[in-house]
Design a protein around this ligand. Structure first.
Ligand code: GSH
Length: 201
């Protein structure tokens, strides 16, 4: 299997962390791919019409995307138990919350700042996306700590990748405000070998 990959993409990082947690490093080749909304990589586009990383090619079927599909597929393939049946809806909701944080952080804020000419950047747009992120982080801090204290699952991995991306690209907004418990959880989770090996540079 080949993974269209990018060191800076937090969605790719979810898959890369899962690969390491599930012991699949010898089965998935990570192919560094440079693609942007304004200039798509041709090989990536051939595998995924949306031209987004992560995308996964495999021998026994068409390419898979997006990160949630790939993570679920690889987890099933490795029988890794990162989507445990007993807590499935919680895990999926936590993963969706993390991905929602990322959608606001990547498309809502990073692309707005990086890809638009300065005079077209809309501050209210950025503020609204940050408000979603801050609200989601606070809800996780207030309501999800007992889940986060449990065994590692894909919701936790996605959340850690989202928080890592906030540190990487949006440190100035300070997601840790009012999120002491979450901040302490993240500091510990970030020490996992899978997280250290996939930290964005
Ligand atoms: N929902 C997708 C989002 C993937 C995504 O937006 N990836 C970004 C990189 S962080 C990308 O490929 N952007 C290029 C583009 O949108 O053309 C997932 O979970 O995989």
């Amino acid at each position: 299997m080949k993974l269209f990959s990018s060191n800076a993409s937090p969605y790719v990082r979810k898959v890369r962390v899962l690969i390491r947690e599930a012991g699949l490093t010898d089965q998935v080749e990570e192919v560094p791919t440079t693609t942007t909304l304004l200039q798509s990589d041709a090989a990536l586009m051939a595998a995924n019409p949306l031209a987004r990383v992560p995308s996964l090619t495999r021998d026994d079927g068409p390419a898979l995307y997006d990160s949630r599909v790939i993570c679920r597929y690889l987890d099933a393939k490795a029988n890794a138990g990162l989507y445990p049946e007993a807590r499935l809806w919680d895990v999926l909701t936590l993963e969706a919350t993390a991905d929602g944080i990322l959608d606001s952080a990547v498309t809502g804020i990073a692309y707005e700042k990086r890809l638009r000419p300065a005079e077209k950047v809309m501050e209210e747009w950025i503020d609204s996306h940050w408000a979603k992120i801050a609200r989601a982080a606070k809800v996780v801090n207030d309501r999800w700590m007992s889940h986060l204290a449990g065994p590692v699952d894909m919701g936790q991995i996605a959340l850690a990748c989202a928080l890592g991306y906030l540190d990487f690209r949006h440190d100035q907004y300070g997601w840790r405000k009012e999120c002491d418990a979450l901040s302490a959880w993240y500091a510990k989770f970030a020490e996992r070998e899978s997280m250290k090996a996939t930290a964005p540079a």
